[in-house]
Design a protein around this ligand. Structure first.
Ligand code: NAD
Length: 360
C-alpha cells in the first residue's frame, strides 16, 4: 500500500500532518505525468520536478516517439508509463500516476482536464484554464463529480515576492490601494505557433499573458474587479490575423483602486507597480518564468528568500501537499474561472467599445 493511502486510513492528518523526514522512498511521493512535451514541460516543469520534495515525474504523454525516447533517457521513465494521445485513458489504471499535468495548447485544456478527472486522477492544468468561462465551468463540474483536486498552473501564487505582495495588500500595509500598473509582453518569434491561431490560443496576448496582470491586481487589491474597459491594437494585420497585437485594459475595484495593464505579442515588457496612499511596491521583472522577480518598495522590508531556479517547485509541492493532507488548493479552478470571466469581459469591452460590468 502506498504511504499516503496508509496515512489517509490511519488519519495521519490528526497526527500532525505529513512528515517530510519520512519521505525519500519513491512510492511515497506524488507521481506526476506531464501531458505535452513542448517548451514549458521541457525547459521548466521537468527540471523543476527534479527539485521538488513531494513529487516525482512518473509518466509522460506525447505523440512524438523521438521525444519519448529522449525523456526516457533523461528521466528514467519506464515504457509502461509512456503514453500517447491514443491510449491516454490507460493512465486510469497506472497507480504510479496520481496527477495528470496538462501542458497542452490552450484549446486542449478543457478536454484533457475533464478526461483526466473522469479517469480518477488529480489534475494540474496550465493557464489559461480554458478558452472561456463556459469551458472553465464544465471543468469545475467534472472536478466536483470526480472528487479529485484541480490546480491551475499559477506558479506565482507560490512565488515568495508575489506572496509578500499579496500579504502587504491584504494588510493594507501602506493604507488604501490607489493605482496599479502592469504589463507583460514578448515578441512572437514564430508566426506559425498555435498561440497565433485564435481557435487554438483563444485570442493572442490577452489569453496567453492576461491572467498574470489580472491576478497580480486581484491579489494586491484582495478584491474582484467590478468593471473593465479594454482596447485592442493591431499595427500589423498581416502578421496578427484575427487577433490583437496589444491589448490594454483598465479594471476598477470596489475599494476605489484602479489597474491599467497592457499585454503584447510584439514588445518585451514585464512589470507590476502598485501605489497606495502611503507607499508603493514594484516588481520588475515580475511575471515571466525563468527569471528572478525583483521587488522594490518605498521602504525597506524584511529580505525575501528567493524560490531557487524554478518557481514551479513550490507550486507542484504545494499541490502534492494538498493531496497528501486533503487541504484546499490555493491556485484553484475557481480562481482560474474568475480570470476567464474577466478576460471574457475584456474581449466584450473591445468588441462593444464600452465599459463592461463583470459578472461572476
Ligand atoms: P508548446 O507549443 O511548446 O508545447 C505544446 C505541446 O503540445 C507540444 O509538445 C505539442 O507537440 C503538443 N501538442 C499535442 N497536440 C497538439 C496539437 N493538436 N496542436 C499543437 N500542439 C499539440 O507550448 P508551451 O509553451 O509549452 O505551452 C503549453 C501550455 O503551457 C500553454 O497552455 C501555455 O499557456 C502554458 N505555459 C505556461 C507557462 C507558465 O509559466 N505557467 C509558461 C509557458 C507556457
Amino acid at each position: 500500500m502506498k504511504r499516503r493511502t496508509a496515512g489517509k486510513l490511519m488519519g495521519l492528518g490528526a497526527l500532525g500532518g505529513w512528515l517530510p523526514k519520512q519521505m525519500g522512498v519513491d512510492q511515497e511521493k506524488i507521481g506526476i505525468a506531464l501531458v505535452g512535451l513542448g517548451n514549458y514541460a521541457t525547459r521548466q516543469l521537468a527540471p523543476a520536478l527534479q527539485l521538488t520534495q513531494y513529487c516525482q515525474l512518473t509518466g509522460i504523454v506525447s505523440g512524438t516517439p523521438s521525444k519519448v525516447k529522449d525523456w526516457q533517457g533523461k528521466y528514467g521513465i519506464e515504457d509502461v508509463h509512456c503514453y500517447t494521445y491514443e491510449n491516454f485513458e490507460d493512465i486510469a489504471a497506472d497507480d504510479k500516476i496520481d496527477v495528470v499535468y496538462i501542458v497542452l495548447p490552450n484549446f486542449m485544456h478543457a478536454e484533457y482536464t475533464i478526461r483526466a478527472l473522469e479517469m480518477g486522477k488529480h489534475v494540474i492544468c496550465e493557464k489559461p484554464m480554458g478558452l472561456d468561462a463556459d469551458e472553465c465551468r464544465k471543468m469545475l463540474a467534472a472536478q466536483t463529480a470526480s472528487g479529485k483536486k484541480l490546480q491551475i498552473g499559477y506558479r506565482l501564487y507560490h512565488e515568495p515576492h508575489h506572496k509578500r505582495m499579496h500579504e502587504l495588500g491584504v494588510a493594507l500595509h501602506w493604507g488604501p490601494l490607489k493605482v496599479m500598473e502592469s504589463s507583460l509582453g514578448f515578441r512572437m518569434a514564430n508566426p506559425a505557433s498555435w498561440r497565433m491561431d485564435p481557435s487554438k490560443g483563444g485570442g493572442g496576448a490577452i489569453m496567453d499573458l492576461g491572467v498574470y496582470c489580472i491576478q497580480a491586481a486581484r491579489r494586491m487589491a484582495n478584491q474582484l474587479p467590478q468593471k473593465v474597459s479594454a482596447q485592442g491594437f493591431n499595427t500589423d494585420p498581416g502578421l496578427f490575423k484575427g487577433l490583437f497585437e496589444h491589448v490594454s485594459f483598465q479594471l476598477s475595484f470596489p475599494n476605489g483602486a484602479v489597474s491599467n495593464s497592457t499585454t503584447s505579442f510584439n514588445a518585451y515588457v514585464d512589470r507590476f507597480h502598485a501605489a497606495c496612499e502611503r507607499g508603493w511596491l514594484q516588481m520588475q521583472p515580475s511575471f515571466n518564468a525563468g527569471q528572478q522577480v525583483v521587488l522594490t518598495t518605498s521602504e525597506e522590508l524584511e529580505p525575501i528568500e528567493g524560490p531557487g531556479p524554478f518557481q514551479q517547485v513550490a507550486q507542484m509541492d504545494a499541490f502534492a501537499r494538498n493531496i497528501m493532507d486533503d487541504t484546499e488548493v490555493i491556485a484553484s479552478g475557481e480562481e482560474g474561472l474568475i480570470d476567464l470571466q474577466i478576460i471574457d469581459a475584456i474581449k466584450r469591452s473591445i468588441e462593444e467599445e464600452r465599459m463592461i460590468e463583470i459578472s461572476y
